[in-house]
Design a protein around this ligand. Structure first.
Ligand SMILES: *Cc1c(COP(=O)(O)O)cnc(C)c1O
Length: 427
């Protein structure tokens, strides 16, 4: 059969029931799994046979949904995590330890920025942040002999910058490290970073993949393309025996296609336990079924709303990579020709005060810190998430006091525009 399209994979990948089995992915809500003999179970513990024994390590529902996401991203293996935060932490901590170094784009989700800059720093892992629009030479200059990974987001939340994935992949590979891409905003419907050279892809499935605002979750997908064995000392954890797992050498036993995710499951999930529940994985699987259709509508709504905002004389500026003339329009056309995401930012000419009045008067758009689900939602960081900061501090971190972030949902675009129009009129 030819390579299946995204719409088909979203429905069919990860689960093919046999005679008499449930048609929909079943929720295996069980902590443990039964075996007839200790020997049978022992083989699983030694990673000699594959099978389930405890849902902190693996659960069939979670694995089926992870396999669906692996197929969507074009990867060889995947695992679900309890949140997007856990996915990014595990993906990095699986190869970086105390004394190591990571290079990351500055344009990343605030929670990830904190994870890298504060919490992982406390673990002895240093990070150098680089402007994603830097030259290859500037990016190269950030690397050190102990650098273990390069990290960035396809479309950054909330900066809405678009990453030049090929540029990042080229420099990562020239330095013998993998490129890890958080693909949450684009989703594999609009961009598959592995096709552009990324080695590992992460997701906060809490956003578009679930898409209905019902379950927090994350996912890590491995491309199977990065050859850890070329750098056995740098990636000793993957290329030398793991004493905490009966001396298994992940690259030897599981090959390049399975080593990264197996190590991540066997070590990090075993010891840190940020699992996704089978129930949440079921919601995620259900969300994935309609993802291509929802992304189309999110993008169409965002495009219509961005164009409307641009035409409104009370609007000072609009940022959306689908707008001609946007700084990231060309990169978005290259990496996401069929659409990017549903998130826009804009400012009103009346600045902070107008933004506050606008927010009070919105009716359909609700005020939330969340983004990227079926309901339109809106945030004015200067008066909500970032309210402790002065206007000068806000400008320094790229969030003007006037910035309004709008996540366009699946409602009718005319209704949304009418709501925005009346709220802007009052502001
Ligand atoms: C929300 C988000 C995260 C964190 O995910 P959680 O599921 O909230 O833990 C990470 N990366 C990006 C791009 C996000 O938008």
């Amino acid at each position: 059969m030819n390579k299946l399209h995204t719409e088909t994979l979203c429905i069919q990948a990860g689960y093919s029931p046999e005679n008499g089995e449930p048609r929909q992915i079943p929720i295996i809500q069980s902590t443990t799994f039964k075996y007839a003999t200790s020997e049978d179970m022992g083989k699983l513990f030694d990673l000699e046979a594959s099978g389930y024994f405890y849902s902190r390590l693996q659960n069939p529902t979670c694995d089926m949904v992870a396999a669906r996401i692996a197929a969507l991203e074009g990867g060889t293996a995947a695992m679900l995590t309890g949140s997007g935060q856990a996915a990014n932490f595990y993906a990095l901590f699986n190869i970086a330890s105390c004394g190591d170094h990571i290079v990351s784009s500055t344009a990343i989700y605030g929670g990830t920025f904190n994870l890298l800059g504060v919490t992982m720093k406390r673990m002895g892992i240093e990070v150098t942040f680089v402007d994603p629009d830097c030259t290859e030479e500037e990016l190269q200059a950030a690397f050190r002999p102990n650098t273990k990974a390069l990290f960035g987001e396809t479309i950054a939340n909330p900066a809405l910058t678009v990453l030049d994935i090929e540029k990042f992949a080229k420099v990562a590979h020239a330095n013998g490290v993998p490129l890890i891409i958080d693909n949450t905003f684009a989703t594999p419907v609009n961009c598959r970073p592995i096709e552009w050279g990324a080695d590992i892809v992460t997701h906060s499935t809490t956003k578009y993949m679930d898409g209905h605002g019902v379950a927090v979750g994350g996912c890590i997908v491995d491309s199977g393309k990065f050859d850890w064995t070329k750098y056995p000392e740098k990636f000793a954890g993957l290329c030398t025996p793991d004493d905490s797992y009966h001396g298994v050498t992940y690259t030897e036993r599981f090959g390049l296609e399975g080593a990264f995710i197996t190590k991540c499951t066997a070590q990090l999930m075993r010891d840190l336990g940020s699992v996704q529940s089978p129930q949440s994985a079921f919601y995620l699987g259900l969300g994935l079924e309609s993802l291509p259709f929802r992304m189309k509508q999110h993008c169409a709504n965002a495009q219509a709303i961005a164009e409307y905002l641009q035409s409104n004389e009370k609007v000072a500026w609009v940022k959306y990579c689908g707008l001609k003339g946007d700084k990231y329009y060309d990169l978005a056309q290259k990496y996401m020709p069929n659409g990017s995401c549903g998130v826009i930012s804009f400012g009103l000419k009346g600045g902070r005060k107008a933004a506050e009045t606008f927010m009070k008067n919105l009716k359909l758009g609700s005020i939330e810190t969340h983004v990227a689900d079926s309901r339109t939602c809106c945030l004015h960081p200067a008066s909500a998430t970032h309210r402790q900061m002065t206007d000068e501090q806000l400008t320094a971190c790229g969030i003007g006091a006037d910035l309004i972030r709008l996540s366009c949902g699946l409602e009718n675009a005319e209704d949304l525009i009418a709501d925005l129009a009346q709220a802007i009129e009052k502001a």
